[in-house]
Design a protein around this ligand. Structure first.
Ligand code: C2E
Ligand code: MG
Ligand code: MG
Length: 327
């Protein structure tokens, strides 16, 4: 007999639904389909409902394939950090770098963060991976500083921290241990947090951030303007730097609203005594706008994409570290 029933799988507020439409389907099949639909719902931004469709199987298989690979990526030496220069606008010099994760997958080639960070977060793998990133980037920065001549001005290494990583109860202790182990000067380390990381459990967040700041470590708010944090949060949280999201910078010359937004962010930062880094600067006009409005630093393809260690060293050595595109 042909009949239809609904099986619903729910995790937090993402709902996956599979319909029973054949006598041959077992309960296990239905649970699997509902799980698949639930993962799809989560992928599409949570708080959503999705019905199972056959093509979702492909997606879930790829996800499991990536998760299994990621489990061994550290021990197999498949993770690599690329570095993107941070340029001080006043001096036009490279004064820092942001470490950005790449996974050299044996079959797929380079896997980008957008295709792996969420898998790493959902599986908990982001904790060992994040610790590897922190140790590797700090150690690399110390090597650069040791080689540094008086003409090189590298002062800061920025590292992205996931919300899952930050919420670990021993996160601050782990960071402080890595700082001691690698010998990095704490004020040269900048941790990047996003708004979504800091809006939950504000008192615990303030406590952790204050401990990091007391240890001398800088903290920036990444992708500023894309989340929901209010000015009241900005007042309470001990950030040192705001990073203007590249989505605002992109149309700065053609969209008056974006130009006004960037100017507003720069004013807010000035009131709160925060440094500002503009992300995603690709055009000379965007750079000139930011310079004229007293933005302190920028990152973007105008100077360089994120590059491997060797290429970053070439950028540093090149003409006493000035960003070529600017003159
Ligand atoms: P993010 O921290 O905001 O990093 C900036 C992203 O913008 C990077 O993408 C960078 O390659 C890209 N970008 C830089 N300049 C330009 C430009 O001029 N134009 C355009 N269109 N893009 C530019 P990527 O490397 O793919 O990283 C994406 C995101 O993944 C990062 O955004 C960060 O949130 C996350 N991520 C990267 N590495 C790590 C990591 O080690 N740990 C964690 N937790 N997250 C990471
Ligand atoms: Mg970042
Ligand atoms: Mg960003």
């Amino acid at each position: 007999m042909f009949f239809t029933e609904i099986l619903v799988r729910k995790l937090s507020s993402s709902v996956g639904i599979s319909l029973v439409n054949s006598d041959e389907q077992t309960v296990d099949d239905l649970l699997k389909f509902a799980d698949t639909a639930m993962y799809q719902a989560k992928k599409e931004g949570r708080n959503t409902t999705r019905f199972y469709q056959e093509q979702m199987d492909q997606w879930i298989k790829k996800r499991i394939f990536l998760e299994n690979g990621l489990r061994h990526a550290i021990e197999n030496n498949e993770l690599e950090l690329y570095y993107q220069p941070v340029i001080e606008i006043e001096s036009q010099k490279i004064v820092g770098a942001e470490a950005l994760l790449r996974w050299n997958h044996p079959e797929l080639g380079i896997v980008m963060p957008d295709d792996m960070i969420s898998i790493a977060e959902e599986s908990g793998l982001i904790v060992p991976i994040g610790e590897w990133v922190l140790r590797e980037a700090c150690a690399q920065f110390v090597r650069w500083r040791c080689k540094q001549t008086s003409k090189v001005h590298l002062q800061r290494i920025a590292i992205n921290v996931s919300a899952v990583q930050f919420r670990q109860s021993d996160f601050v202790d782990r960071v402080i241990r890595i700082v001691a182990e690698t010998g990095i000067v704490p004020c040269m380390l900048e941790l990047e947090l996003t708004e979504s990381t800091v809006i939950d459990k504000i008192d615990t967040v303030i406590d952790k951030m204050s401990r990091l700041r007391n240890a001398g470590i800088s903290i920036s708010m990444d992708d500023f303007g894309t989340g929901y944090s209010s000015l009241a949060y900005l007042k309470r949280l001990p950030f040192t730097t705001l990073k203007i999201d590249k989505s605002f910078v992109r149309d700065i010359m053609s969209d008056k609203d974006d130009a006004a937004l960037v100017q507003t962010i720069l004013s807010i930062a000035s009131i709160f005594h925060l440094e500002v880094i503009a992300e995603g600067v690709e055009e000379l006009d965007q750079y000139l706008f930011l310079r004229d409005h007293h933005c302190h630093y920028f990152q973007g393809y105008l100077c360089s994409k994120p590059v491997q260690v060797g290429s970053f060293e070439e950028l540093l050595a090149h003409d006493i570290q000035r960003c070529q595109a600017l003159y």
